[in-house]
Design a protein around this ligand. Sequence first.
Ligand code: NAP
Length: 487
Amino acid sequence: MTSISEAGVVAAVDKELFIGGKWVPAANGKTFPVLDPSTGEALCEVADASPADGVSALDAAVAAQADWANVAPRERGEILRRAYELLVKRADELALLMTLEMGKPLAESKGEITYAAEFFRWFAEEAVRIDGGYAVAPNGTGRFLVTKQPVGPSLLITPWNFPMAMGTRKIGPAVAAGCTMVIKPAAQTPLSMLALAAILAEAGLPEGVLNVLTTSDSGGVMEPLIRDGRARKLSFTGSTGVGRKLLEQCADKVLRTSMELGGNAPFLVFEDADLDAAIEGAMTAKMRNIGEACTAANRFYVQRGIVDEFSRRLTERMEALPMGRGTEEGVVVGPLIDEAAVEKVSGLVSDAVDRGARVLTGGSTVDGPGNFYQATVLTDVPKEAKLASEEIFGPVAPITPFDSEDEAIAAANDTEFGLVSYVYTSDLKRALRVSERLEAGMIGLNQGLVSNPAAPFGGIKQSGLGREGGTVGIDEFLETKYIAVAL
Ligand code: NAP
């Protein structure tokens, strides 16, 4: 790490648009600043794409589609494999870059680079396993031939909270399936995606297959591309509110959609749970990414007999977390992404306290510079508190006691979201019974982390449509074609 400087990793990134395999400035010459959330200072400027640049990027993706679909699956896989190796090799530089633009501690950024790279390794292996079928028709005379083909040019939109992994989770399967892409990272964290594009080019991805648009006008640039009709797919990760709006836009030309949206994860701890494991899992589920994760535990429901001990132990752990700039040794609580995020978290905590919640630790903003909020534990949180129904997206753990299993499940399911739920119990029957009744696409059973490139990630209800990762992840970028054969 000693040879890597902050200025050096920022300087090494191409800050223009990546269109048709070339780095180009925005057509109108505009740029916008990327800020360090721990200081509020600008790290650099990147190109600010206009709608005209958007069309150029889509033109490039459309032009490259036919040739790209004909590249051998093995070669598509080899490109991903080479990109995986480059990511692993450059993990330290990329982690520093991510910490500078997003704020999370260096160790977490490093973890994200590994997680991001694993999507490329996984989909390098999936590229050569796209299957089909041949079957005898029920009448015995005809035959069914079933094959899978790339969906076609795809639009990808990613959030700031996992600036690289949310990209590789889409780019990996799109490359494996043979789709070309236009990707738009969040304006707050464009640098990781620009670095990733350079790595893919170095790994041999042909010109035009991946095109990157950085812009301060995401709606203005992306809506015309969604409504254009030549892109056949939108894969979006972000908030449910924006996802809803994009689904409406996709209806116009009936685009295939994958939607990885918001969460409001309940974390259930039963009296028979291993309390050490539950505290460990709670810390992971709450504090990964400073609480800025769609999978973050948003509501802790703890059975009455152990709620005091659980609260005391969680408070001790939260109080001890070092806060600071993500680049500093040992820091766990980095800054939130921006001032608005701090205001939101602060407002949710005040609302809960006004309604009767008690603060066990934290509960305050921190004087600047930077967007810091203290690691916080609240107890006796009433169900009317806004943070019971809204994503907190910050380091706040609200605890509510429960008496019966039915009561806990009803409280857990009382949300429009359904991304992930966590359950801690050592009773096998209860574990399976509760897991089946929880309305979520993913369950962390005695485990505070569910993300794994080899597993299907995704939500139900208003947390999304489709799955990323696992053996089903590539299907999001494939169409099934059936050929009726007369013998
Ligand atoms: P967001 O505000 O919805 O933004 C997500 C992306 O959409 C960004 O690139 C954003 O660009 C872009 N965007 C915003 N408005 C748009 C529009 N009208 N048209 C086209 N693009 C638009 O979400 P965020 O604050 O970045 O991320 C946090 C949210 O993502 C949380 O709700 C979290 O739960 C969710 N999330 C879900 C998953 C999952 O797998 N389910 C994973 C991670 C995060 P700009 O920011 O540049 O405008």
